[in-house]
Design a protein around this ligand. Sequence first.
Ligand SMILES: Cc1cc2nc3c(=O)[nH]c(=O)nc-3n(C[C@H](O)[C@H](O)[C@H](O)COP(=O)(O)OP(=O)(O)OC[C@H]3O[C@@H](n4cnc5c(N)ncnc54)[C@H](O)[C@@H]3O)c2cc1C
Length: 458
Amino acid sequence: MISKHIIEELSRIVGKTNILSSPAQIKDFSTDGTKLVFYPDVIVFPKSTEKVSKILALANKEKIPVIPRGAGTGMSGGALAVKGGIVLGMNKMDRILYIDKENMLCKVQPGVITEKLQKEVKKYGLFYPPYPASAHLSTIGGNVAECAGGLRAVKYGVTRDYVMGLKIVLPTGEILNTGTKTVKGVVGYDLTRLIVGSEGTLAVITEIILKLIPAPEFKKTIVLFFEDIDSSIKTVIKILHAKIIPTILEFMDELCLDCIKEDLYIPASTKSMLIIELDGKKSSVIEDMENIEKICKTESRAKIYIPEGEEEQKIWDIRNNLSPSMYKLKPNKVSEDIAVPISNIPEMVSYIKWLEKQYNIPIPVFGHAGDGNLHVNIMFDKTKKEESDKAKELVSKVLRKAVELEGTISGEHGIGITKAPYLDIEIPAHGIQLMKRIKKAFDPNNILNPGKIFCRSI
Ligand SMILES: Cc1cc2nc3c(=O)[nH]c(=O)nc-3n(C[C@H](O)[C@H](O)[C@H](O)COP(=O)(O)OP(=O)(O)OC[C@H]3O[C@@H](n4cnc5c(N)ncnc54)[C@H](O)[C@@H]3O)c2cc1C
């Protein structure tokens, strides 16, 4: 519990209108995309790097936990106040500081909503490709802290590939610039890369320099329906082997289709679907489309649907709402985001579908199949002990299999608290020790987002 005196001090730093501490206000900041609940003591909204620095210096002196928070859409509990303390709401630092068309980069504050930045840079003929399905809600700061991946990674990579430099505040309050505005730069250790994906445990990000690329001239969506799962996944591999690199290559299994069939016409006997987006020069997009159609007709026996006009956006809206729509199946879910090398996707998906039958628990699978990232949703009812126990067992089995298939336990959601008990499936003890020493070097009093990544249980 934070004392009245500290709350007054925080109020002096950020101003009375930028601090929340009533029970109702605290409740609004007690959860995130995981739907787990932990109550902070107070929420503050700094509006400058200097204010962030003052808050951290105070918290460090008083040894109070500080939890950076963007939009609270995180899927591994990174923004949750597991030990109480101060939630640092970064969403009021939401200015695009500049867009530099000549050097194809921009500088932004962390609270900018991802999709807003994408719309702004488009006006300059530029493109910021990382596209988490939460882009309409999540912040760039949250994306950088989680190294968000999303739908376009198959062609354009993930957030880390676009972060050129950062302004950060260390847990002790010191302010530091990392990185450069140049493509090349190898001076000292790469602190920018270390902070990207550090889940708000090493530093608070207050400014971000992002690389931009020329906006593609043309894009087109294709939807493919398959009568069995195997053919759809094999088609993913066939498309990539045909040297076609789609912007997006999304996979959904039959249970996912059950969740969206009210919104989208799905031919009878469909067991799996791929949604593909191609972009680039119009002539090359059309050529790739024709080649995909050829693969579907001659090898995959898929039904093809090419949406036009508003229907095209509707497909992506349905896709982006898929995750929440799964609660139609069961009231609770554990959402895993494993990734495996693409040639191992068929084995991974077959194993999950085998587990589904063995445990009699629905496990809808969808994902960014083009880059091997699969969202495995273990659906259960937490009021039923047997189902909760099964869900826990299933998580461990799925994560172990991903690592056995030379993949990873988290492709994009991070470790936070939900995956922390499983960290040692992938990282050996001496690797975890090294990471803990890095954490200590940044944060000697363990005030910044404590209880994340290295905790053994939720
Ligand atoms: C419907 C839905 C779809 C999603 N789809 C995807 C997807 O396709 N790909 C993907 O990668 N993720 C996805 N996510 C997960 C989530 O949106 C991302 O992890 C996103 O990057 C979180 O951003 P946020 O602003 O909500 O951050 P928050 O949830 O508020 O915070 C996430 C983490 O970042 C830290 N943090 C936030 N701001 C800062 C800062 N300024 N400095 C330091 N640390 C900070 C927090 O402490 C926390 O650890 C999805 C989530 C939902 C709900």
